[in-house]
Design a protein around this ligand. Sequence first.
Ligand code: PTJ
Length: 250
Amino acid sequence: MEDFAADPSHPRYDSLLKRHLLESAAQKGMLAESALIAHGRGEAYDYLIGEKTIETAMTATKHALYRLKIANNPVISVNGNTTALAGEELMKLASLLDCPIEVNIFYRTPERMSVLLNHLEEVKQKFGLNVEILGASPDARIPGLEGPRAKCCHNGIFLSDVILVPLEDGDRCEALVAMGKTVIVVDLNPLSRSAKMGSITIVDEITRVAKNLVSMFEDPEEVLQLPFDNDNNLRLTLKHINQSLVELSS
Ligand code: PTJ
């Protein structure tokens, strides 16, 4: 972070910091070529929700945490963007949940896999976490997907009953749902296929979500046991965006 020049008092400090994290990650070879396009799309939606965790996102986050906590085989799946932005917090969450974290990327190359796995290993050492990091040796396939996108680890994604998959591709999300898993999606775009396909969709920025999940972990009051209606929660999210735009434009 030495080369990050922005002052914390800058009104766009958080946004600049995230961009800087992604630029550094790109230089290290962690990211897909389209990673910054994906981030830009996320930023645009973040403006629309007010760059904060809105009520529907918090409801989804609470349900997600509850499902992760009661799961038999929870797993956290991370890609390039997620590792760069929220690798530390998600490693801490994996430690709290006592579950593996699996590097599973859409644009798979051996080089990217190795840099991402090394990055998480460094986080593990830095914080003294006892977390199993999977992804180096995929030994299973997600049914219904072709090519490298189907690759996964038997003891991680394949066997999981509840999976947290931030910034996931729609097809893979659909395939994971078809496997009978509870799929927790994090996506700032409430209109994306992943958002619609997920079992629980958190329309919020991944660094905020990861921090919320870790900070709420020990608090039983913060966990809901009621059924969750994803379609309705997405509708309420769109209403929130709509209402904000009406207020801003009146
Ligand atoms: O590392 P890889 O190879 O697995 O590739 C990762 C990306 C993200 C490049 C790849 O999965 C991709 O192209 O994703 P999409 O189809 O562009 O979808 C990314 C979704 O994540 C978009 O709907 C964005 O709005 C959303 N998004 C982007 N940044 C964030 C985000 N959601 C939450 N937090 C963010 N920081």
